[in-house]
Write a protein that binds this ligand. Structure first.
Ligand SMILES: [Zn+2]
Length: 325
């Protein structure tokens, strides 16, 4: 399963079979799957399996950010119900990846689901993408005798053949740059950022609470996945992080898409990782080093302690090499 994540573009995938990056340190047994972390101003971070969920309890309704996977979404709702019985009126998706939107069908009957235009587009095009790309991958996996991968591709192809638009539970409401939800004294700001993790990223800022849900724009002590096929960009990460940091006060609490809640120093440390990868790629390119040679030799020992270094560091370097001049 580990290899699959690197191999497969992360589409909106059907099954509970999640790409490797959705697992990692978020793996927990069923008994202790969820961990709830109360932040400021009635905002909570909820860890389960997949991208960190955030939610805000307002005077008469609840706003949820991201829905993890379909099989555990009822558990997410049960966790929210421990805090409040107010209706869950809004669900914001930070981007289209399955470990952030997989639970949408469970919220769909009662929540207005909102995301960036491109996140909806990418969710809706995923069955066609699977039918275009996966038969070849299935053949490769069969030839290589990789049973796990073959099973995964075969299941995804079957899903893509019969899935309906309702089952995908794509956002009902989309936006292109930003919008606000007004809930009593709290204003929930949702900003699209320059393409970074994907081209449909957004962050959610709880203004009064001073809590910012970063989606996968921020991986705290975790090596990021940059979904180049999904419109993402390594250089874009730097612009997006700068843009977001310039808009919030210095004492904000940051919910990371993957990893623990952090402060501005934690986000700066993550930005430094991205900048260091870009610097290595620039150095190699300027010295006329080929991509193959660069990827063979590149190493940033300072980040070896980050989760996912062996899985995704070289992918980040490869994407950076392609982007820099
Ligand atoms: Zn993601």
């Amino acid at each position: 399963m580990k290899k699959l994540g690197a191999l497969v573009p992360i589409l909106f995938l059907a099954a509970a079979v999640a790409p490797a990056l959705a697992e990692g340190h978020h793996d927990r047994g069923p008994a202790d799957l969820f961990r709830l972390s109360p932040l400021r101003g009635n905002v909570y971070a909820l860890y389960g399996r997949g991208g960190t969920v955030g939610f805000f309890v307002g005077g008469d309704s609840v706003v949820v950010v991201d829905s993890q996977f379909k099989d555990i979404a009822p558990g997410i709702i049960a966790q929210i119900r421990k805090i409040t019985d107010k209706p869950i009126k809004y669900l914001v998706n930070t981007h289209h990846h399955v470990d952030h939107v997989g639970g949408n069908p469970v919220f769909r009957p009662f929540s207005l689901i909102i995301a960036h235009d491109n996140a909806r587009k990418r969710m809706l095009s995923s069955p066609a993408d699977v039918l275009r790309d996966y038969p070849v991958e299935l053949e490769k996996a069969r030839k290589a005798g990789d049973q796990n991968a073959a099973k995964f591709y075969a299941e995804q192809i079957e899903w893509a053949k019969k899935v309906t638009i309702e089952e995908i539970a794509a956002p009902f409401l989309t936006f292109d740059s930003e919008f606000r939800i007004h809930l009593g004294a709290e204003t929930v700001q949702v900003w699209h950022t320059p393409p970074a993790h994907t081209d449909g990223d957004c962050v959610v800022y709880f203004e009064k609470a001073r809590v910012l849900h970063m989606g996968d724009l921020f991986w705290n002590k975790v090596i990021p996945f940059v979904d180049v096929g999904g419109g993402g960009s390594v250089l874009g990460y730097l612009s997006a992080l700068d843009r977001v940091l310039s808009r919030v006060p210095p004492d904000v609490q940051f919910i990371a898409g993957h990893g623990e809640v952090s402060d501005v120093a934690g986000v700066q440390a993550f930005r430094k990782y991205v900048a260091d990868v870009v610097a290595e790629a620039e150095k190699a390119k300027r010295a006329g080093v080929s991509k193959e040679k660069f990827l063979e030799g590149v190493d940033l020992p300072a980040y070896k302690g980050f989760s996912g270094y062996s899985d995704r560091f070289k992918d980040n370097c490869s994407a950076a090499y392609d982007e820099v001049r």
